[in-house]
Ligand binder design. Structure first.
Ligand code: PMP
Length: 407
């Protein structure tokens, strides 16, 4: 079912947004950090705890059967949502960070000393540090992929690096600090032609774009539930079956085994093999509700709405003056990064907060990118489906006040 695009009705589904902060309507421009949750997600999680609470996959009783059914239905929903070829290519994790760590850990037996790992130099730390740990363990060499003038991956530089026949290439679909969009399909295709394993960090793309992992053709695609209107505590590791099946499990224990004896253990099959222990059941149920929420939206209109808000935001910031924008262009997705003249980003954030505006200020877990921009940090305003023009106007008015106070 798709609903007509009535933006007020969509926004009204997010109870957090109905509050006032500092006698102002809450203006939430921090969706890239975490999105607000619609009532349906909150209700689905409450429903699980009120009526179905039981562990999955284990007991013979009805509650457990119901919990297991609902939990496994979400795996099917995720499969449809990202168009994976097989159900057992969808692994529930606790978030993007864990998903990437699972790959970096699980692949270590396939990585040798001096193997090259290419990493997006604008990546989130979650897509840098696990590869560094892998390199430490194996003697592999990490090479950052340079950026072009628009601060997305530079294709010419990437082509050069691919001549080194890297073992693995990891990059963001959309960067969290700047909202720059990489040409995933082309980058993956190039990396594959060079024989590399590919991992795409989709944490910032999943709420904004239709993701088709078969069309992207990557080996791994990872994201978090909490950035797509779902709860914290759940994420997805998608892996192409043959790659996923080769990963050594980072966590071992219950749920992931076929047989255990003190003589040894035989691991179970995918997906269980990579889902040791009790999962975040309520969060998975909430993720299912978030997918239903997104699927019911008219995708094209949502995309246009978000894109026109972003363009409006960029234009208003330029008009305001004394604003340094980073990597802002019309192709960006969901995010505007800026500083007010040479003022400290933290001061700007605090003064905005005092006017009911929630933005993120700091290095955005992208210190190597900040180093390239020669800044310590910046402010980031980010957009979700619920934002409207009034939010942007409120933000710009507040920023004008900040300017008057600071400059
Ligand atoms: N990658 C990107 C691009 C992100 O934006 C984030 C979250 N800021 C992460 C990885 C890490 O996600 P999580 O904290 O949900 O594990």
């Amino acid at each position: 079912m798709t609903i007509a695009f009535e933006h007020d009705a969509i926004r009204a589904q997010f109870p957090t947004l109905a509050q006032q902060l500092e006698d102002q309507p809450l203006c939430y421009l921090d969706t890239a950090a975490t999105s607000q949750k619609p009532q349906s997600v909150i209700d689905a999680m409450n429903h699980y705890y009120q009526l179905d609470n039981a562990n999955v996959h284990r007991a013979a009783h009805q509650l457990s059967a119901r919990a297991t059914l609902n939990y496994e239905k979400v795996r099917e929903q995720v499969q449809g949502f990202i168009n994976s070829a097989r159900l057992d290519e969808v692994i529930f994790t606790h978030g993007t960070t864990e998903s990437i760590n699972m790959v970096a850990y699980g692949i270590s037996q396939q990585v040798n000393a001096n193997d090259i790992i290419l990493v997006d130099s604008a990546a989130h730390h979650a897509n840098i540090v696990p590869w560094q740990q892998l390199a430490k363990k194996t003697g592999a060499i990490i090479k950052p992929i340079p950026l072009n003038d628009e601060l997305s991956i530079d294709h010419a530089a990437f082509d050069e690096l691919l001549k080194l026949s890297p073992k693995l290439v990891a990059f963001s679909h959309v960067t969290n600090a700047l909202g720059t969009v990489n040409d995933v399909e082309i980058l993956v295709q190039k990396a594959k032609s060079a024989g590399a394993i590919t991992l795409v960090d989709g944490a910032q793309a999943i709420a904004h774009f239709d993701i088709d992992v078969q069309a992207i053709d990557c080996d791994f695609y990872v994201f978090s539930g909490h950035k797509m209107y779902g709860p914290t505590g759940v994420g997805i590791l998608y892996g192409r079956f043959d790659q996923l099946d080769q990963l050594a499990p980072m966590l071992t224990g219950g749920e992931m085994i076929k047989t255990v004896s003190f003589a040894g253990t035989e691991f179970g099959d995918l997906p269980n093999k990579l889902e040791a222990g009790t999962p975040a059941i309520s969060a998975v149920i909430g993720l299912g509700a978030a997918i239903s929420f997104i699927n019911a939206l008219p995708k094209e209109q949502v995309r246009q709405h978000e894109q026109s808000l972003l363009t409006y935001l960029q234009q208003q910031l330029i008009q305001l003056g004394d604003i340094r924008l980073y990597g802002a262009n019309k192709h960006n997705c969901g995010v505007v990064a800026f500083n007010v003249s040479s003022e400290h980003h933290q001061d700007v954030g605090i003064l905005l907060d005092q006017q009911g505006i929630a933005v993120r200020c700091g290095h955005h877990c992208a210190m190597p990118l900040m180093q390239q921009l020669a800044i310590k940090g910046c402010c980031r305003a980010s957009i979700g489906i619920y934002n409207n023009k009034q939010d942007i106007d409120q933000f710009i008015t507040a920023l004008r006040n900040v300017k008057e106070l600071l400059l």
